[in-house]
Write a protein that binds this ligand. Structure first.
Ligand code: FMN
Length: 222
């Protein structure tokens, strides 16, 4: 594969926040999963495990998750960032505002932004959800390896015309997810990836995020 082809794939992938209900054929999901398995991991431990929901299982999960959000309290297995400051706060705000502008939520409209946030727990209407977990013993390194898996999953999906969105928001309800999916306590639930076919004309899909130039992230020595 050429650099240009890879770069085109990386540039085409984006997080999808409105899906059509049609399911992705099992064979294509297996292709995505097989490709994602190729990522590197420390000691080749391949610590990720994935639960994939389809059909009525996705709908039941969506309903149960929304009920949990309405009645329970967030408690992620992996503590959420304590603060976004400086340039990280700026980038976070920029992407949040781009989303709210796209869906017509004005600055200061807390009810509107909360409504959009709640779409996370409706899985943005996706027909499938992947729940990703790794061994607690591997700590942040299991999470790091699984981060690579998330990237490969989303790119392989993009190559097949399947839209994705990684979601930390879903992982904020750790104890519920452990119970619901019978995930042992010695595993950390890291994130979800909702996926399916994009509803491209939906306003929530009407913006793209930017990236810093390498001048902001790289220090050259020598
Ligand atoms: C680990 C991870 C967790 C994320 N969690 C959420 C989430 O809970 N809700 C959401 O709307 N987007 C989530 N995103 C998507 C990011 O906001 C998105 O990747 C970022 O803004 C860059 O935009 P792009 O994916 O369209 O290129 C997550 C992305 C990653 C990698």
């Amino acid at each position: 594969m050429s650099y240009d082809a890879l770069n085109a794939l990386l540039s085409a992938r984006h997080s999808c926040r409105a899906f059509r209900p049609d399911p992705v054929p099992r064979e294509q999901i297996e292709q995505i999963l097989s490709a994602a398995q190729r990522v590197p991991s420390w000691c080749n431990a391949q610590p990720w495990e994935v639960i994939i929901t389809s059909g009525s299982e996705t709908d039941s999960f969506r309903e149960a998750l929304q009920h949990e959000v309405a009645t329970g309290a967030p408690k992620p297995d992996l503590p959420f960032p304590s603060a976004y400051t400086g340039v990280y706060q700026d980038r976070r705000r920029t992407c949040g505002w781009a989303l709210y502008e796209a869906v017509g939520v004005e600055k200061g409209d807390r009810a509107g932004s909360a409504r959009q946030m709640m779409q996370n727990f409706a899985l943005f209407g996706a027909p499938h959800c992947a729940i990703l977990h790794s061994p607690a013993d591997l700590g942040p390194y299991g999470a790091m390896d699984t981060g690579g898996y998330v990237t490969a999953f989303t790119l392989a999906a993009q190559a097949l015309g399947v839209a994705t969105i990684p979601q930390a928001a879903v992982a904020s309800y750790g104890p519920f997810l452990h119970r619901y999916f019978d995930i042992p306590q010695d595993r950390l639930i890291l994130c979800a990836i909702s996926f399916g076919y994009s509803a491209p004309d939906h306003p929530a899909n009407g913006f793209r995020t930017e990236r810093a130039g390498i001048g902001e992230t790289v220090t050259w020595r020598g």
